[in-house]
Design a protein. Structure first.
Length: 192
C-alpha cells in the first residue's frame, strides 16, 4: 500500500488503495477522491472537506468535530462511533455506510442526505437543518433526536423500534402507520 503525505495530495486526483499519513493538523481536502484508502489520522476536527468522495474508507472512531463538509460523499465507509458533532454539512451525502454510534449532535445541515445507512444508536441531538435533511431507507434503531426539530423530516421509509425524540419537536414529521403505533407506545399511549 502506497503511503502519501496529506501535503502531497493533488487537487482533482483520485487515490486508490493508499495509506494517507497523519498530518497532526486540521486538513483542507478540496476536490479529492479516495477509494479503499486508509487514513492514519484519527483527529480530523476543524478540517475542511470540499467536493470530496470517500468510498470504502475506514473512519471508525475518528473525529470530524467542528469541520466544514461541503459537497462531499461518504459511500460504503465505516463510520462507526465517528464524531461529526458541531459540523456544518452542505449538499453532502452519507450512503450505504455503517454509522452506528456516530455523533451528529449540534451539527448544521443544508441539503444533507443519509441513504441506506445504519444509524442505530447514533446521536442526532440538537441538529439544525435549513433545507432537506433526508433519511432514505436508514436503520434508525435507538437513534437519539432529542431537541432536534423534526418538522419536514420524513422517516417513513426508515426502520426503528425505539427512537428518542422531543415530543414538542415532532410536529410536521412524516412517519408510516407502523411507526405511528411505535411512537404512541413510546409516548405511553395505549391503543385498544
Amino acid at each position: 500500500m502506497k503511503s502519501i503525505q496529506p501535503n502531497d495530495l493533488i487537487y482533482g486526483e483520485t487515490y486508490r488503495d493508499c495509506l494517507i499519513a497523519d498530518s497532526f493538523l486540521p486538513l483542507h481536502f478540496d476536490n479529492l477522491t479516495f477509494i479503499n484508502c486508509t487514513f492514519e489520522q484519527t483527529d480530523f476536527s476543524h478540517s475542511d472537506l470540499l467536493d470530496c468522495h470517500f468510498t470504502n474508507c475506514e473512519f471508525a472512531n475518528c473525529s470530524f468535530a467542528e469541520s466544514a463538509i461541503y459537497r462531499t460523499q461518504f459511500k460504503r465507509c465505516r463510520l462507526t462511533g465517528t464524531d461529526f458533532s458541531e459540523c456544518t454539512f452542505k449538499d453532502s451525502l452519507i450512503d450505504a455506510c455503517d454509522a452506528r454510534y456516530a455523533t451528529f449532535s449540534f451539527s448544521k445541515t443544508s441539503h444533507f442526505i443519509f441513504e441506506n445507512t445504519n444509524l442505530s444508536e447514533s446521536l442526532l441531538q440538537q441538529m439544525t437543518h435549513h433545507k432537506d435533511l433526508i433519511f432514505d431507507t436508514c436503520d434508525l434503531e435507538g437513534a437519539d433526536f432529542t431537541q432536534t426539530n423534526l418538522d419536514g423530516i420524513n422517516l417513513a421509509n426508515s426502520e426503528f423500534e425505539q427512537l428518542l425524540f422531543s415530543t414538542e419537536l415532532m410536529r410536521g414529521c412524516s412517519i408510516n402507520a407502523g411507526q405511528a403505533a411505535i411512537m404512541l407506545h413510546l409516548l405511553g399511549i395505549q391503543i385498544q
